[in-house]
Write a protein that binds this ligand. Structure first.
Ligand SMILES: [Zn+2]
Length: 83
């Protein structure tokens, strides 16, 4: 049983890792899962930005909403020349 992301068609759906809440948004890959959580309060991310962000999140031991937002701010500032 292989599912792909409903947004970007990635197969990188790992419901039990990367700080994902169990049973939530199982039709979103890990990147889109966290992008969905970052986006409502932050800027809209391009696919490239979201992937870059997720690489940062991927290595984090304790990913969560606070880390998502903090990293998002830092990465976007870097990618967009500081804003
Ligand atoms: Zn996706």
């Amino acid at each position: 049983m292989t599912a792909s992301c409903k947004t970007c068609y990635s197969y990188a759906i790992n419901p039990h890792t990367h700080g994902r809440e169990a049973g939530v948004d199982l039709d979103l890959c890990d990147v889109c899962y966290w992008r969905k959580r970052a986006a409502p309060t932050g800027p809209v991310l391009t696919d490239d930005e979201a992937e870059y962000l997720f690489e940062e999140w991927y290595d984090a031991d304790d990913i969560g909403p606070e880390l998502v937002r903090a990293t998002e701010r830092a990465v976007l500032a870097k990618l967009r020349g500081g804003a």
